[in-house]
Design a protein around this ligand. Structure first.
Ligand SMILES: Nc1ncnc2c1ncn2[C@@H]1O[C@H](COP(=O)(O)OP(=O)(O)OP(=O)(O)O)[C@@H](O)[C@H]1O
Length: 317
């Protein structure tokens, strides 16, 4: 397993944990979606994979990358993890690049500093990587400054940089959300291509369940810091088992479906809301008595798990 997260709980002083008992895994060559509304804890999971934890947080559980225990890593192993094994791609490529340094410097400096390449070898590798991500005129791009490139071209540069150290895992955190629709489609295709060519594991973070269901092999649905459902993407899309997953699917536009959109009423709980039962209970159209007081355990459903009292009841019959 490239990434394996078990029982991950992160508390940072609120009345409820940021993450509660999260279990998640990504196999080599697999694209795994992580979906949830804003504040559900998606980025916190990605950062925990790099052991970038909130200040003063209490953390329990396990995070393993290629079997190595990230939460217990020493300085050297942690540097190696961040510099080589795992690469993170953020939403806004401009925030990754220094506006007053040339694109070529951005690509080569890290290779010289953290991978110990010579300047010349780093430059050759940077040109190779730019070609690999479909950048035309790579020599010219190396000499340009970030403001001379479009958002889509910059995201290609960031993806090229992410591949520099031959990582085993890509963490794509809303990596295409800031791009226009056409550029988004191209960048998604590119990410899939490089992921397949190199057989990388990818954790694809998005708030868009339709996109995740169409793009990923498996999907985890996160709500208020807990995984409420995880299934193969096709099954999740065709037959969602958790009412929250069903609600998310019903409120995302689908051009082929003329039925009106049904937004989920209410808001997700904040960190100041204590949670006794199911975190989705106050918004759930199918709520039953147990939901208010007992947190549902994940139960096996076709291809994965769902944490919902109704699912438990149905599977008990
Ligand atoms: N360093 C921190 N200290 C305290 N609370 C934090 C910290 N980082 C995140 N949080 C809180 O944890 C919760 C989850 O945040 P996170 O950024 O992981 O959510 P997200 O699902 O990625 O949301 P978005 O889609 O808006 O990025 C939020 O309520 C956030 O305010």
């Amino acid at each position: 397993m490239v990434l394996s997260v078990e029982g991950l709980t992160i508390e940072a002083g609120g009345r409820r944990p940021i993450l509660r008992d999260v279990a998640l895994h990504v196999a080599r060559g697999e694209v795994v979606g992580l979906v949830g509304e804003s504040g559900s804890g998606k980025s916190t999971i990605a950062r925990a994979v790099l052991r970038l934890l909130p200040d003063g947080a209490r953390v329990s559980g396990r995070v393993r990358v290629e079997g190595a225990d990230v939460l217990g890593m020493s300085g050297t192993a942690l540097r190696e993890l961040r510099a080589a094994q795992v690469a993170m791609i953020y939403q806004d490529p401009r925030s990754s690049l220094n506006p007053v340094r040339r694109v070529g410097d951005f690509l080569t400096e890290r290779m010289v500093l953290t991978l110990g390449r010579t300047k010349r070898a780093a430059r050759e590798r940077a040109l190779e990587l730019l070609a690999a991500v479909g950048m035309r005129e790579p020599e010219l791009r190396m000499r340009q400054y970030p403001h001379e490139l479009s958002g889509g071209m910059l995201q290609r540069v960031v993806i090229a940089a992410a591949l520099a150290a031959d990582p085993v895992l890509l963490l794509a955190d809303e990596a295409t959300s800031a791009l226009d629709v056409t550029t988004q489609a191209e960048t998604l295709k590119l990410l899939r291509r490089v992921q397949e060519e190199r057989s990388l594991g990818m954790l694809f973070i998005t708030h868009d369940l339709q996109l995740a269901a169409a793009y990923c092999d498996r999907v985890y649905v996160l709500y208020a810091g807990t995984v409420v459902e995880s299934r193969p993407a096709k099954e999740l899309f065709a037959d969602p088992r958790h009412p929250y997953t069903a609600g998310l699917l019903a409120c995302t536009p689908d051009l082929g479906d003329p039925r009106p959109l049904r937004p989920i009423p209410g808001r997700p709980p904040s960190l100041d809301d204590a949670l006794d039962g199911c975190p989705f209970a106050p918004r759930c159209p199918q709520v039953v008595d147990a939901c208010a007081s007992v947190a549902p355990e994940p139960v096996a459903v076709s291809g994965g798990v769902a944490a919902c009292h109704l699912v438990t009841e149905r599977s008990a019959v």
